[in-house]
Design a protein around this ligand. Structure first.
Ligand SMILES: NC(=O)c1ccc[n+]([C@@H]2O[C@H](COP(=O)([O-])OP(=O)(O)OC[C@H]3O[C@@H](n4cnc5c(N)ncnc54)[C@H](OP(=O)(O)O)[C@@H]3O)[C@@H](O)[C@H]2O)c1
Length: 321
């Protein structure tokens, strides 16, 4: 595994996950799909939270075709559209009615470099999907996470899939109000990429703030941010099918396959190494595979994290969510 600093293979290195319940956002495609596969193969019951029923059903059928069968865990679709935080809340509430435990919650879904789009709630879509609705989902599920964490021998974790792209954020941004959150970053070389990187910075700020909060209230829950590596989750898209014969060989030289790209998420979600040394991994940032890595100074700025969450709180309060 030349790309990685230490060897970790979910097939051989993850413990038996029978009895564990895991929820992952955006599990129908890319890194999320492979994360579902790694965890379900070890026996977990995995909820694939996805917005599109037919895509989710196709993904589940493909998982079965790839060898998810008797003796493995279960994969169940949970309807979730992160464009609307009310939908995230409803999805969380439905889940709470359906399940008695939640061992691992993985924030994985994201939109990447999109045109600047505003949601009807007046927050740009990339911030709503990648950040705010995930916060709403987590808060809705918190009672169940707490209940599970209170059980003997539990090991509850929240994994936030961020990105080393956060390093591309220059200077120290501000998140004082919605105007700050809606910054188009027009003066950047590539505004779409800059906005994506900003949301990934927000993901890390949130991870560390959530860990500080949970630790302060005496919760044993572990919160970890991960960077999956540079992963090819796009060259199979139908829009590129005519160029596949050129793109594929080049991409495979430089980028990880989604199954490998999911290793660090699987490590953070379920590895024994994290279970054995929870204090070491709480509120950390991991790069492939499972390597403790320093994010930028800005990503660790507690004041900035609080500023972000105050703005999110105020927005949600105003919307009654
Ligand atoms: N690929 C990389 O090189 C790389 C590098 C660093 C970090 N990451 C991070 O890794 C994570 C996964 O990325 P990926 O490359 O696997 O992306 P991907 O292949 O584009 O998959 C993204 C997933 O998010 C879902 N999603 C998007 N909008 C949604 C919404 N409104 N509601 C619910 N689900 C929604 C997608 O569902 P649909 O199929 O319905 O669109 C899909 O399942 C992201 O957090 C990304 O930032 C990726």
């Amino acid at each position: 595994m030349g790309f990685f600093s230490k060897s970790f293979d979910p097939i051989t290195d993850l413990p038996d996950l029978s009895g564990k319940v895991i929820l992952i956002t955006g599990g129908n495609a890319g890194i999320g799909y492979s994360t579902v596969k790694h965890l379900a193969r070890r026996g977990a019951k995995v909820y694939m939270a996805a917005r599109n029923q037919s895509k989710a059903e196709e993904a589940i059928a493909q998982l079965k075709a790839e060898g998810l069968g008797p003796g493995n865990g279960d994969v169940i679709w949970l309807e979730l559209d992160l464009k609307d935080p009310r939908n995230a809340k409803k999805a969380g509430e439905r889940f709470m009615k359906q399940e008695k435990r939640l061992d691992v919650l993985i924030h994985n879904a994201a939109v990447f470099v999109e045109n600047y789009t505003m949601t009807p709630d007046g927050v740009q879509e990339i911030v709503m999907v990648n950040v705010i609705s995930h916060i709403v989902l987590t808060r809705t599920l918190q009672p169940l996470l707490d209940q599970t964490a209170a059980e003997p021998n539990s090991d509850v974790r929240i994994v936030v899939v961020a990105s080393d792209g956060h390093r591309a954020v220059s200077g120290k941004p501000r998140f004082r109000n919605l105007d700050d959150l809606n910054n188009e970053l027009k003066s950047s070389l590539h505004p779409g990429f800059a906005r994506y990187c900003m949301t990934k910075l927000m993901n890390i700020l949130y991870t560390f703030e959530l860990q500080r909060h949970l630790t302060a209230v005496g919760s044993p829950i572990t919160v970890i941010a991960v960077h999956p590596g540079a992963v090819d989750t796009w060259s199979d898209r139908p829009s590129l099918s005519n160029f596949k014969f050129i793109i594929k060989p080049i991409v495979s030289l430089f980028l990880l396959k989604p199954d490998q790209g999911a290793y660090t998420s699987a490590f953070a979600a379920a590895s024994e190494e994290v279970a054995k040394q929870r204090e070491k991994y709480k509120g950390t940032y991991l790069t492939p595979v499972g390597k403790l890595t320093e994010p930028t100074k800005v990503a660790k700025d507690e004041g900035l994290a609080k500023e972000l969450l105050n703005t999110v709180d105020k927005f949600l309060e105003e919307k009654g969510i």
